[in-house]
Ligand binder design. Structure first.
Ligand code: MG
Length: 159
């Protein structure tokens, strides 16, 4: 078999009074994302892609959003648990390609920090982690600034 591909998608809406965290990095913005966890939509999409590649369900199955233990949780901890599950099954990350869809804030200044943070969690070199950001030209819920969406594609290697 050798390699396994997975994809993940997530979206959360903006709310006031919460910090904005994307890809494990704190982003300067007036609003954060509503969620049971810290709302890191990038890590959620990434976790779903990793679990999908392993055919192990999704983030909601592994970390139910009605369980108190996950309230406000740092999503990097969820990613660490997903990586531990993959490691048990002899699966490592080949490469990752992420797209963050947001009209605002401007994410270019944070891309390098997100790449480094995620590569560390994925136990792979930063050259194998791609983080991209796009707007939707003011169309749709992201374009109107109602929230942020993220898409992830990963390739896993069977080690
Ligand atoms: Mg989510």
């Amino acid at each position: 078999m050798g390699m396994r591909i997975g994809q993940g998608v997530d979206a959360h809406c903006f709310v006031s009074g919460r910090p904005l965290v994307l890809g494990g990095v704190r982003i300067e913005h007036a609003q954060g994302l509503a969620a049971h966890s810290d709302g890191d939509v990038v890590i959620h999409a990434l976790c779903d892609a990793l679990l999908g590649a392993a055919a192990l369900g999704d983030i909601g199955r592994h970390f139910p959003d009605d369980e108190d233990q996950y309230a406000g949780i740092d999503s990097r901890l969820l990613l660490r648990r997903v990586m531990a599950v993959l490691r048990e099954r002899g699966l490592g990350v080949g490469n990752v390609d992420l797209t963050v869809i947001a009209q605002r804030p401007r994410l270019a200044p944070y891309i390098a920090a997100m790449t480094q943070a995620l590569a560390g969690e994925l136990h792979c070199p930063a050259e194998r982690v791609s983080v991209k950001a796009t707007t939707t030209e003011r169309m749709g819920f992201t374009g109107r600034g109602e929230g942020i969406a993220a898409m992830a594609v990963v390739l896993l290697d069977e080690t």
